[in-house]
Design a protein around this ligand. Structure first.
Ligand SMILES: Nc1ncnc2c1ncn2[C@@H]1O[C@H](COP(=O)(O)OP(=O)(O)OP(=O)(O)O)[C@@H](O)[C@H]1O
Length: 273
């Protein structure tokens, strides 16, 4: 049996079954990414169910972040990157030439490895997106969006008396929750998280994991993580990548306990990676 099984114990979660049945929010077909001549992502096809968490795992350089960045077209910002294939969100082709990428990135928010608040106040960090997207008709509207977003990110109680203080003055974990509030504020449907806890201590990590678990009631979340324990704790489905290939995708419990592919088994038992 797998050596890691004792450590990587998927949450006993009825949603596992539901997630398998949930309609797909993101549908990727035959996605390839090239950086110049380098073929970094190879023919990836996957359905990502709505209102659930999917974890992307795999050894360093296997293409997890590359694929994540395809889902909000962040690879557009890398001059050498070329993407082929098809990705749809709610049947909308996100690579359609007429698509407004700014609108797409409001629908598909992103949280990065290192918390990156703007050098602005806590309030302004959250208000910035709604303001540029014209989501608030009045200051009262904006206040409401900021408050609601901070509450949903589990940060409001800690910052409500100092909203005009700089966001960069918060602790790392608070900064990451501020970044999540900032992403939530523009009303996304999908939230991409690229190793969101790797710069955080275990307590701050636990809070973010709890938050992810709450957020999946309303959002489709995709998280890249190097921690198999984290993938097991927070996700309903897991996708294992290796050398640019999506080797295996399925319910987290299955991927961790009875993987179909030898490479998945080798990775989760620590034989490589
Ligand atoms: N901007 C870039 N320019 C050129 N090559 C890149 C670029 N970004 C990634 N790559 C290459 O593409 C491959 C996949 O990288 P990617 O960052 O997606 O992997 P990853 O699985 O997320 O890795 P890690 O776990 O280390 O973050 C790697 O070989 C990497 O060197």
């Amino acid at each position: 049996m797998l050596a890691m099984n004792a450590m990587v114990k998927p949450a006993a979660d009825a949603v596992v079954a539901d997630a398998a049945k949930a309609p797909a929010k993101v549908v990727a077909r035959n996605v390839n990414v090239y950086y110049g001549d380098k073929h970094a992502l190879k023919d990836v096809s996957v359905d990502i169910p709505e209102r659930s968490v999917m974890a992307f795992i795999g050894p360093s350089g296997c293409g997890k972040s590359t694929f994540l960045r395809c889902i909000n077209r962040m690879n557009d910002t890398i001059p050498s990157a070329r993407v082929t294939g098809n990705i749809e969100i709610d049947n909308l082709d996100i690579y359609d030439k007429s698509l407004d990428v700014v609108q797409l990135r409001a629908r598909v928010g992103m949280v990065f490895q290192k918390p990156n608040p703007f050098p602005k106040s806590i309030y302004e960090n959250v208000a910035y997106g709604p303001r540029i997207h014209g989501m608030a008709r009045s200051k009262a509207d904006l206040d409401e969006i900021v408050t609601a977003s901070l509450k949903r990110a589990g940060l409001y109680e800690e910052v409500k008396d100092r909203l005009s203080d700089p966001g960069t003055g918060l602790s790392g974990g608070q900064q990451q929750r501020l970044c999540i509030a900032r992403a939530i504020a523009v009303g996304p449907e999908v939230i991409l998280m690229d190793e969101p806890c790797s710069a955080l201590d275990p307590i701050a990590t636990a809070r973010i994991e709890e938050l992810i678990d709450e957020l999946r009631q309303n959002f489709t979340i995709i998280i890249v993580t190097h921690s198999m324990q984290q993938a097991a704790r927070v996700s309903q489905r897991t996708a294992f990548f290796h050398l640019g290939n999506l080797v295996e995708e399925g319910p987290t419990e299955t991927v961790f306990t009875t993987p179909h592919d030898r490479r998945t088994q080798d990775y989760i038992t620590g034989r490589f990676g």
